[in-house]
Design a protein around this ligand. Structure first.
Ligand SMILES: O=C(O)CCC(=O)C(=O)O
Ligand SMILES: [Fe+2]
Length: 199
């Protein structure tokens, strides 16, 4: 049986507003999108500077946007491509369920367990105060870790499933960091789409 839009899980953590929809997309649709996006997105690998040294980012990325506005983080400036096809379809489904119009989507392709996304908050100033981030997962399940910025006792681990949507809103980015850790397991690839509003 395919479930759609059914389950809505509140991740009850202090100083945050996080909702998880495990079956945002049907398995069939999610698999279709995974393959289409893998082949059609102009994936790039940027270098990041950390304390004056440069490293290739441990994943591939792409930026899509409604406007020409660039998005910058970790010394990378990304220029947006135009939304179309499957990506536009997913954007519309995300907008329906979140009742939010998004301007921008940052895509991540994690090729295997060595690819990752280090501890960070999505708090770039282009995103404004209390940004809403809608994060769609396709393909390989990966662990998602959350850690409170000032209270070391507050941490949380969850799995982001194929076809799921994770919504982070309110004060979440002010108080929490998140990451996708590496894993030594032999795993398949995963695509993540984070929809954002750039003001
Ligand atoms: O891959 C994910 O689920 C997280 C991606 C992320 O945190 C980001 O792109 O800012
Ligand atoms: Fe993030």
């Amino acid at each position: 049986m395919e479930r759609l839009f059914e389950e809505k899980i509140n991740i009850n953590l202090p100083d945050s507003d996080i909702i998880y929809f495990p079956s945002f997309l049907t398995t069939k649709k999610a698999t279709h999108y995974l393959h289409k996006l893998k082949d059609s997105i102009p994936w790039q690998q940027d270098s990041i500077s950390v304390y004056g040294k440069t490293y290739p980012q441990p994943r591939l990325t792409a930026l899509f946007g409604n406007n020409e506005k660039t998005y910058s983080y970790s010394n990378i400036v990304m220029r947006p491509h135009k939304f179309k096809g499957e990506l536009l379809e997913i954007k519309q489904s995300v907008e329906d369920i979140t009742e939010t119009i998004f301007t921008t989507c940052l895509l991540n392709l994690y090729r295997n367990g060595k690819d990752s996304n280090g501890w960070h908050s999505d708090d770039e100033k282009e995103l404004g105060y209390n940004p809403i981030i809608a994060s769609v997962s396709l393909g390989q399940e990966r662990h998602f870790h959350l850690r409170h910025k000032t209270n070391p006792l507050l941490k949380y681990k969850m799995v982001l499933e194929h076809g799921s949507l994770l919504l982070m809103r309110g004060a979440t980015q002010h108080h929490w960091l998140h990451q996708i850790p590496k894993t030594a397991k032999q795993i398949n690839e995963r695509i993540n789409l984070t929809f954002r509003v750039i003001l």
